[in-house]
Design a protein around this ligand. Sequence first.
Ligand code: ATP
Ligand code: MG
Length: 413
Amino acid sequence: MTLPFEIEEEEQPDFPYVLNRRWEVVDRLGQGGMGTVYMARDLNLQTLGQQKKACVVKELRDDFFRQEDREKAQEFFLREVRVLAALDHPNIVRVLDQFTQNGKYYLVMEYVQGQNLHEMVLKRQQPFDEDQVIEWAIQICDVLHYLHTHDPPVIYRDLKPSNVMISSKDQVKLVDFGIARPYEESEDNTHVVSQGYSPPEQYWGAADTRSDIYALGATMHFLLTGRDPLALTTASPQAINPDVSDRVDEIVQRATQQDVWSRYQSALEFREELAYKPLDDRPLKPKIGYVVAIGFLSVGLFLGALVFISRLHEQSEMAAKQVDEYRSLREKTEVEKQKLKEDQEKFAQFRNMYISEHGEGAPFTTPQVGPEAKGDLPMLEEPKESIPYVSPSGIPVFEETNEAALTDPEGLQ
Ligand SMILES: Nc1ncnc2c1ncn2[C@@H]1O[C@H](COP(=O)(O)OP(=O)(O)OP(=O)(O)O)[C@@H](O)[C@H]1O
Ligand SMILES: [Mg+2]
C-alpha cells in the first residue's frame, strides 16, 4: 500500500553547524517533549582570542499535525524565553539568546555541566538517602520562593526530576521553563500536566504557587523511592522504601495533599520544615568545644586537688615523724637521768660506809671501776658521754656530764 503523501524526512545537518552567525552546534544532548537540546559553543568570544564558551541550544519541535498545536507550542516557547529572560537566580539556567531561523524557533542558554535528577536515579539504580534529598529540596524551595515572590509571581508548573539538573558543584539548576507562566496571565484552555507530578487543580487549569509545592513533594518521592508517584494520590515514600524516616514521610505527605489548603502554603514554610532538625538528630559540633573545655578544666582541677592533698599528707607525715623522734629522745634522756640518780645514791652509800670504816677525814680514793673492782664495792658503770637533749625547737641542750657527777657529785674536790 502506498500512502497518498510522502512523509518528509527532515534533514539533519552535519555537526558542527552555525546558527544565527554565533552559535556553533556541535552535538545533540537530548530530546525532550517540546524540542531537541544541542550542545553548542559561542563563537563571539573567539574573536576576542578567548576560548569558545559552551552553551546549549534548544530547538522547538516542529512535527505537529495540526497548525493549532504548532501555534500553541510556539506561543509557549516564546513565553518560556520571556519568563526566563526576566529571571536572575543562581539556581535558574541563564538565557543568552533567542531567534528564529528557517522557520524554526531557538533558545540559547548557559550550559549546565551535570545531569538531571531523572537520569541520576536511573543510572545509580537505587534511591538517594534522605539527607541528600533534603539538601536538594531546600535549594529547590529557595528557587521556588524566588519565583513565587517575583514581580509578577511566576509559577513553574513543571517541576519534575527531568527538569532539575544538578551541576558538578552539587548546585540545583532549574531548566525548562516551557510551561512556566506569570501568575496574572489569563488561563488558557491548554492544561499541560505531568502525570504524578501535577496536582489536581492543574488538571482543570487552576494552578497557583502551591501547585509547585505539590510537584516538589512528588519529586522528593521519586528521589527517595526511584518510582514516579501515583497520579492524584498523596505520596508516601516510606510505604515503598522503609528506610525513609517518619519525619520525611510526613513532609512528603503534607506537600502532596490533594487539597491545596492542607499543603505547605509557601516555599518558605516548606523549607523551614525541611531544614528543621529534631533535637536528637542535631549534630553535636557546636557543643564539642564546650565539652572539651569543661573536660580540660575538670581534669586540671582534679590534678590540682590531687597535688594539694598529697602535699598535705606529706606534711602531716613529717610532723608525726618529728613528734615520734622527739618522744623517743625524751624517753632515752629520762632513762639516763634515772641511771645517774641511782649511781649518785650508790656513791653516797659507799662514801658513808667508807667514813664509818675509816673515820671522818681519812684519805678518800676514787673507787675502782670495772671488772677489777674488789670486795662488795658496788659496780659502777663506765661514765657515759653526755647525751644531747633535743628541745622541741630542734636546738640540742647539753646536760651535766655523767663523768662530773660521778667523780665529784657534791663538789667535794
Ligand atoms: N542548559 C542546559 N545544560 C545542560 N543540559 C540541559 C540544559 N537544558 C536542558 N538540558 C538537558 O536536556 C533535557 C531536556 O531539556 P528540557 O527539559 O528543557 O526540554 P523539553 O523538551 O522541555 O523536555 P521535557 O518535555 O521532557 O521536559 C534536560 O532534561 C537536560 O538533561
Ligand atoms: Mg523538560
